[in-house]
Design a protein around this ligand. Structure first.
Ligand SMILES: NC(=O)C1=CN([C@@H]2O[C@H](COP(=O)(O)OP(=O)(O)OC[C@H]3O[C@@H](n4cnc5c(N)ncnc54)[C@H](O)[C@@H]3O)[C@@H](O)[C@H]2O)C=CC1
Length: 481
């Protein structure tokens, strides 16, 4: 079967495909390394053109009624669902993630975001504030042009999660996917046009960090929403600050998953698998520090090793495959270096290891300590670090002993302990007796270095709009002289 995934052109500006005038960008299928498309980055002029197209198109889009804007998004969701098979295959080629994942978790999650915000659109209202004779009201207005910058692990989902709330509020968007996974966003641009979005409201530029930096500081850009690493987040936030631009930062993590002695063992093991190995571990909210209370530790590790041994790794396009390759060789090397550091520091390898070529197997460390690199750094690969603990206060302190604060999970049958512990954890997105479920109805985002702002749910609306307050005088104006 041909793996050719060459799009009509590299960029999408003002409603049509446009070829990039910048450096070449080779897109490779992570499983075979084969080139599936050859794109070109946007030149800096083309970044400015895309932002200008967005600025020109935005006022008319914002002037449409909310129900009309919502309808466009709802139609786009339906088109995505009709083409889910084809889109998921492309997502698998772009990312290397198993087709059994992309069929249910990528475009489908994007469609849910479009559906959710499309439906919410018409019910977003302001406030009426009585002031005696006078009164005031508030209007929720668009910001203008929003820049979206994505990571490579969930490229199409990220594009939809950013586009849906931005567009529904009457903003226009220029989106730059990760240079590793540039294909899905181009499909989203086509689908939105087909669904009735006016030309120029959603544009796609391609490129590496330099293109992202130009987008962040373009004079037409009012907001930047980034999904990426903490170092990139720092740079983008600082650059955006110069123009007083709004930001949403969805950054990395090293999240704790705490398993108390009384937890349901099988569910806790399942959650730890979902928290570490889905998408070959390339998920920002992963619970990569698994704290095991001493009484459950041995049974947990035995059962985990038993289940991980059954994983089916292989060709991501094979529907039976559960574990795919790492996105590229550089990332695989980085993961292997972390595994080596774990072994050298004296942590015990329970299962897995460095693997070969594009593949790193699900890897579990035991007997780790908090100061080891594998317990401190985001590895962004299938590496779980387990740590032993004795009591609640201790585990809360250790779980919070990180600069990150994206997510956290607790497994226990004790209702009051579950809520007590969660309330003390410094994390933006938490789970009790579950892990890594991110329904569109629930706000998603981090605290501390893991970012600011929230995606999904009605909370995202606040981050893609600004409030105007209007005081209405109903009587005479009294002045002192
Ligand atoms: N919190 C969240 O929702 C998520 C966070 N992530 C995080 O993303 C990281 C992995 O993704 P990567 O693509 O490796 O991240 P990255 O930080 O290397 O790149 C992210 C994006 O920023 C762009 N970029 C790089 N330098 C830039 C600059 N100076 N100005 C503007 N844009 C720039 C890149 O081209 C890319 O599109 C991990 O740390 C992961 O935790 C990933 C998925 C979800």
């Amino acid at each position: 079967m041909s793996l050719n995934a060459q799009p009509a052109a590299s960029l999408f500006i003002n409603g049509r495909p446009v070829e990039g005038e910048g450096d070449a960008l080779s897109v490779r299928y992570p499983y075979t390394g084969e080139e599936i498309a050859l794109l070109h980055e946007a030149s800096l002029d083309q970044v400015a053109q895309a932002c200008q197209a967005a600025a020109d198109a935005q006022p008319a889009w914002a002037a449409m009624s909310p129900v009309e804007r919502g309808r466009v998004l709802t139609r786009a969701a339906a088109i995505i669902r009709e083409r889910n098979d084809e889109l998921s295959r492309l997502e698998t080629l772009d990312t290397g993630k198993p087709i059994q994942e992309t069929l249910v978790a990528d475009w489908e999650s994007g469609a849910q975001a479009l559906e959710f915000f499309g439906g919410l659109s018409a019910s977003i209202t302001g406030q009426m504030i009585p002031l005696g004779q006078d009164w005031a009201y508030t209007r929720r207005e668009p910001l203008g042009v929003c820049a979206g910058i994505g990571a490579w692990n969930y490229p199409s989902q990220i594009a939809c999660w950013k586009a849906a709330p931005a567009l529904v509020m009457g903003n226009a968007m220029v989106f730059k996917p990760s240079e590793e996974t540039p294909l899905g966003a181009l499909k989203l641009a086509e689908i939105l046009i087909e669904a009735g979005l006016p030309a120029g409201v959603f544009n796609v530029v391609q490129g590496r960090g330099q293109v992202g930096a130009a987008l962040t500081t373009d004079a037409n850009v009012d907001k930047v929403s980034l999904t990426g690493s903490v170092p990139t987040g720092r740079r983008v936030y600082a650059a955006a600050a110069e123009g007083m631009r709004h930001v949403t930062m969805e950054l990395g993590g090293k999240s704790p998953l705490i398993v108390f002695d009384d937890a349901n063992l099988e569910n806790a093991v399942s959650a730890a698998i979902l928290a570490n190995f889905y998408s070959s571990g390339q998920i920002c909210s992963n619970g990569t520090r698994v704290f095991l209370q001493e009484g459950i530790r041995e049974a947990f590790l035995n059962r985990l090793a038993e289940r991980v041994r059954n994983v089916r790794a292989g060709d991501p396009l094979d529907p039976e495959t559960q574990h795919g390759p790492i996105v590229n060789a550089a990332q695989a090397d980085k993961i292997r270096a972390a595994i080596e550091a774990g072994e050298q520091a004296g942590a015990r390898l329970v299962c897995g290891g460095p693997g070969e070529g594009a593949f790193v197997p699900p890897t579990v460390f035991a007997d780790a300590t908090d100061d080891m690199l594998i317990a401190r750094d985001e590895i962004f690969g299938p590496v779980m670090t387990t740590l032993e603990f004795y009591d609640e206060d201790e585990v809360v302190r250790r779980a919070n002993g990180t600069g990150f604060g994206l997510a956290a999970g607790v497994f226990t049958q004790d209702l009051t302990r579950a809520h007590r512990v969660i309330s003390r954890l410094e994390a933006g997105t938490c789970w009790i007796n579950a892990y890594n479920l991110t329904p569109v109805e629930m706000p998603f985002g981090g605290v501390k270095l893991s970012g600011l702002g929230r995606e999904n749910s009605a909370a995202a609306i606040e981050h893609y709009s600004q409030l105007k307050s209007v005081y209405v005088g109903m009587g005479d104006v009294e002045a002192p002289y």
